[in-house]
Design a protein around this ligand. Structure first.
Ligand code: NDP
Length: 494
């Protein structure tokens, strides 16, 4: 990414070659304001279409995305440096989410009757989820289609208009998504893209016309976004990365666990919010696991199996983490020399102390630390001793034990005997706790995240002698109420 001084445009660059991929406008706060105003009007039209018509449009958009997989993948690959195959995979996942959101919005968000309770026997109670208006999506560069789509298509399915600010490293991908959406929804700018640097995102977060911000990025930037949102009490869903752990139990399939650990740590050059950064292996299987891990990781090649580091500044972070890990632990594969800008070769380090930055901070590189533990309980305790809590992995052949560990793992999602498999299940919500953020995208929770519940209670007939919300109420009514509530709730044995 380069910005010429005083310029109103910037270039996105191929991180592998430095070549210019595209030039995009730096949208000002006034541009953002105008986009949000347009979105507000478009959103009213979109909301007015209703669930059935939106479903048709979103399923059409899904088909347009599918027909353009190669075109989108080529651009994602150029802007991020990731192999076309990985770009294709993230687009396929985004298509699956678009399909799910389109097909489930009416059921999850549409009007439904709820039981009014015996005290409200004369009422009809209705619940429905209304759109928020304009949702602002601030997206990252590591999965520039899949990650923002997890907010965009759910927000659209819920009846909102969206203004999307893609990362300055992947503006072209964002612009292409909006262009393709307009093929399915040409009438109004229901999905718009504003491009630029951090200030453009800050303007979006601070815009008074925004109903909710969906942010994906780092924890420090999430705090800045939250501060901007606070000006207008704009709600926020924040996905801020993690330091995900894998637990390898004594009864694990070690080959499968090692294969998953390597892919989870190294794919996309480790630039995955739910990537594996720490592995805890039970002592009795430690040596055979490490043999498998080093063999598999030793065959992985930067520039072939994964691309360069997309954001040049991240190379310094990765370099620092590797240096600290190797200084206090033991390098099993690679080391400080593994950083060959813009590429980083696979790095595996064992026995790294828990206070090392490589164990505490998000590395976002093709590196992994491995620690020996006495048993799965110690693995769980160490895995959970992190400020982050996003995803996690458990490898064990004991289904009940694995489920128990997964439940107690701090974080929003855990995969068992597989790697990040939850991300491909549209019905499962995605999000974290602690420094990993709050709120959920994907699934029914992801649809509700972009809607506000509307509760309606309609009196069907007056209850004779029970008008409790009137100054005409007398002692007899209160006595009847107490008798009724005693019958309903007064028994201590159930
Ligand atoms: P940031 O958190 O800085 O950026 C994420 C998004 O927020 C980008 O679109 C960015 O725009 C935008 N942004 C930046 N500043 C502001 C602001 N003040 N107000 C509103 N929006 C803003 O992450 P980086 O891309 O710099 O990556 C840094 C680290 O964050 C990574 O090394 C990684 O550890 C983590 N990260 C985690 C991700 C995840 O999946 N959870 C994804 C990406 C990063 P712009 O790009 O134009 O600055």
């Amino acid at each position: 990414m380069t910005v010429s001084a005083g310029s109103r445009s910037f270039d996105s660059l191929d991180p592998a070659t430095g070549e210019v991929v595209g030039t995009h406008p730096v949208h000002s706060a006034a541009d953002v304001r105008a986009a949000v105003e347009r979105a507000a009007a478009a959103g009213r039209w979109w909301a007015g279409l209703g669930h059935a018509a939106r479903k048709t449009r979103l399923l059409d958009f899904k088909a347009v995305l599918t027909q353009n997989i190669r075109r989108i993948a080529a651009l994602v690959s150029a802007e991020t440096g990731k192999p076309r195959g990985d770009a294709t995979l993230e687009i396929v996942l985004a298509i699956a989410h678009t399909d799910w959101a389109a097909r489930h919005a009416a059921k999850v968000l549409g009007p439904r009757r709820v039981f009014p309770g015996l005290l409200g026997a004369n009422l009809s109670a209705t619940l429905e989820y209304r759109p928020l208006g304009v949702v602002g999506v601030i997206g990252p560069w590591n999965y520039p289609v899949f990650t923002p789509a997890g907010s965009i298509v759910y927000a659209l399915a819920a009846g909102n208009a969206v203004v999307f600010k893609p990362s300055e490293y992947t503006p072209g991908t964002g612009a292409l998504l909006a262009e393709l959406f307009a093929e399915s929804v040409p009438e109004h700018p229901v999905l718009q893209v504003v491009t630029g640097l951090g200030e453009t995102g800050a303007a979006l977060a601070g815009d008074p016309g925004i109903g909710k911000i969906a942010f994906t990025g780092s924890t420090p930037t999430a705090k800045r976004v939250m501060t901007a949102c606070a000006q207008n009490l704009t709600p926020l869903v924040a996905e801020c990365g993690g330091k995900d752990a894998m637990i390898v139990a004594a009864d694990a399939d070690l080959r499968a666990a090692a294969d998953a650990a390597v892919w989870g740590a190294m794919s996309n050059a480790g630039q995955t919010c739910v990537g594996v950064e720490r592995v805890y292996v039970v002592d009795t299987v430690y040596e055979p696991f490490m043999r498998e891990l080093t063999e598999i990781a030793g065959r992985v090649r930067a520039g072939e199996h994964y691309g360069p580091i997309t954001m040049p500044g991240q190379l310094d972070v990765i370099d620092r983490h590797i240096g600290a890990a190797v200084a206090s632990g033991t390098a099993v594969l690679g080391g400080p020399g593994s950083v060959r800008r813009p590429y980083v070769d696979p790095v595996v380090v064992e026995d790294v102390p828990a206070d090392s930055p490589a164990m505490r901070e998000e590395t976002f590189g093709p590196t992994v630390t491995v620690s020996r533990v006495a048993d799965a309980e110690e693995a769980l305790a160490l895995a959970n001793a992190s400020a982050y809590g996003l995803g996690g992995t458990v490898f064990s052949r004991d289904k009940r034990r694995a489920m128990d560990l997964a439940r107690r793992m701090r974080g929003g999602m855990t995969a068992i005997n597989s790697i990040i498999s939850f991300a491909g299940v549209p019905a499962l919500p995605f999000g974290g706790v602690g420094d990993s953020g709050f709120g959920r995208i994907h699934g029914a929770d992801g649809l509700r995240e972009f809607a506000r519940p509307k509760a309606i209670s309609r009196q069907r007939f007056p209850l004779p002698g029970m008008n409790l919300t009137s100054f005409s109420r007398g002692q007899a009514e209160l006595d009847r109420l107490v008798r009724l509530v005693t019958i309903l709730h007064g028994r201590r044995k159930h």
